[in-house]
Design a protein around this ligand. Structure first.
Ligand SMILES: [Zn+2]
Length: 367
């Protein structure tokens, strides 16, 4: 009696079989498609065959098992061509109602599955903070170099307002310029639009603790660059929008500080993939700067269309120290990764500006 048939699927989509029988062991190799069709399976084995045998066929693929229950084979002799042997389907006959019911259940299950998958995808995309321009934005052409009165920029007492989205943005994006401005004796204020409640966007974090820690780190980092303690407008991280109250918040700071320069993200020509809060804070700063007409220059960083480059080749060590102040964000391997990323960007901008390391800005003269 044939006791069992074991099959192993190979990567070449051939299935190898071994059949234990009373008279010995049969083995062979059949195409993958034959694995679940007993008639084709037996025919493919091309072996002498005894009737009245009970078969238990077990076909195994890597990681799956498909079992066919033992059944009586038709009464045939060994001369009958194997291809003509019809083995009855082991599955019970289903009524048309049952077939239709099963089909409906299967469809419902599939809809539920795809629906859940889509919902997870939607929430994931909605929650993640990055924006990606599928079609690259057209860059200004021509985009001539501009000197934003750099002598004034690096003069003692020049008033500079930095508008960012998150507590660590200044050190990340203009951390090479800050030591230079500190050295030249600029008077610097900083507005941070969000409250830093999310850190790395992990859902289960303590928002209050994040706010406290990140405010403290931003204050320490500001102090290291001789910037006044930052003003946090307190909007939730990831959900910054160009709204009248945000614009009013930035406008208020511009009117009270009356800066000569406003430094902010470039919302018009951002990197193709960038944080949506960065873009929005840049839009807000630009609107407030144009409305107030107080600052002479708007210098937009994290831009794809720079027209002015600052040589920061000698400030790299200082920038690394500034980055390390944000311990909750950048530490260990993460800090190393961030340093590599910032360094890489500085080298790229440096190449465009003709320095070893640089920071690119899109400068707009406001008045
Ligand atoms: Zn940021």
């Amino acid at each position: 009696m044939v006791r069992r048939l074991l099959a192993k699927s190979s990567r070449s989509r051939q299935t190898s079989f071994g059949i234990g029988t009373e008279s010995g062991k049969l083995s062979g190799s059949v195409p993958f498609f034959a694995r679940s069709n007993p008639t084709r399976l037996l025919a493919s084995l091309n072996q002498p065959f005894h009737s009245h045998q009970q078969f238990a066929i077990r076909v195994c693929r890597i990681g799956t098992t498909c079992e066919m229950k033992p059944r009586e084979l038709p009464d045939v002799d060994s001369e009958t061509p194997l291809s003509e042997i019809k083995i009855p389907d082991p599955r019970p006959e289903l009524s048309p109602e049952d077939v239709s019911r099963r089909r409906k259940i299967a469809i419902r299950k599939r809809i539920k599955g795809y629906g859940t998958l889509l919902a997870i995808l939607y929430v994931g995309i909605w929650y993640q903070p990055y924006e990606f321009d599928i079609i690259p934005r057209k860059l200004p052409n021509p985009n001539p170099r501009i000197d934003p009165d750099s002598k004034t920029l690096f003069s003692k007492g020049t008033k500079i307002l930095i508008v960012t989205a998150h507590p660590d943005d200044s050190e990340f994006f203009i951390g090479g310029l800050l030591p230079q401005l500190k050295k030249s004796g600029a008077e610097m204020h900083q507005v941070i639009c969000t409250d830093g409640d999310k850190g790395y966007y992990w859902i289960f974090t303590n928002a209050d603790e994040n706010r406290r820690v990140r405010r403290e780190e931003a204050t320490n980092a500001a102090a290291a660059s001789n910037i006044q303690p930052p003003i946090l407008l307190g909007y939730p991280d990831r959900f910054l929008h160009v709204k009248s109250d945000v614009i009013a918040g930035v406008t208020r700071e511009i009117e009270s500080f009356r800066p000569d320069y406003i430094l902010a993200f470039d919302g018009d020509y951002p990197p193709r993939a960038s944080h949506q809060d960065h873009r929005r804070s840049g839009d807000v700063a630009k609107i407030a700067a144009e409305r107030t007409h107080i600052a002479k220059w708007l210098m937009l960083f994290s831009t794809n269309a720079p027209n002015y480059f600052v040589d920061i080749s000698n400030n790299w060590e200082d920038q690394k120290k500034l980055l390390a102040i944000h311990k909750s964000q950048f530490y260990g391997k993460k800090l190393e990764g961030v340093e590599n990323m910032v360094g890489y960007n500085a080298e790229k901008d440096g190449e465009r500006g003709g320095f070893d390391m640089g920071e690119g800005f899109r400068c707009i003269k406001l008045r």
